[in-house]
Design a protein around this ligand. Sequence first.
Ligand code: PMT
Length: 219
Amino acid sequence: FGQSLYKGINYYSQQVQPAEAIDPVRYISNHSSGKMGFALAQAAAEMGAKVTLVSDAVNLATPAGVKRIDVDSAQQMLDAVMQQVEQHDIFIGCAAVADYRIADIADQKIKKSAEEMQLALVRNPDILATVAQHTTRPFTVGFAAETNDVEQYARGKLQRKKLDMIAANDVSIQGLGFNADSNALQVFWQDGSQQLPATDKLTLAHQLLTLIEQQLNKS
Ligand code: PMT
């Protein structure tokens, strides 16, 4: 990635520990480790891009040369991303962002009482779709984590969120995807697709970025 062509790759990652708070001691989260996102940030930096990584406080070393912004929730991630978006030519949304957050975060630890309890959830903003709607948007790449009908769901997200490209992974396959060192991707764009077979996440990140570079040069 020549710096003359790319001001940078804005990639945001994670919802591992942070996720969405329930009370001061509990939160809603998922199995994402941050490895895929950090591999993308590292690969982009190795390819010469200026990289901003918006991440939760995941316990992974920040790749050399990467500017990292830590956030605690989807809303904070959205704010950080939108503040940066105009300075970047490419945005890659690899974070497993919580679709819902707690409606009212308790100020104090919720005490055990009734046999059943209910937590009210409200929809989080969709960061990727918000970036894609921005007037001076960067080349916008999403991820899709699916357990079935991978191509159909990924293509649906490509159209609905108006993305330039989407990288889909089948997270039902043992040893790939969430919290693994390897992954495999099916990448789709308007008039093409490519399979990136299982390999370590850094190699895969380089392959995905090469595809992005090719499509960006065509646009
Ligand atoms: O972190 P690892 O352990 O290395 O695992 C990697 C991974 C499996 C998390 C990664 O490869 C991956 O698939 N990331 C996307 C996970 C996800 O949330 O997918 P989704 O299909 O639910 O979301 C679709 C897209 O919308 C994603 O680009 C997501 O970042 C984005 N999104 C979703 C919800 C939301 N509120 N805002 C968003 O921007």
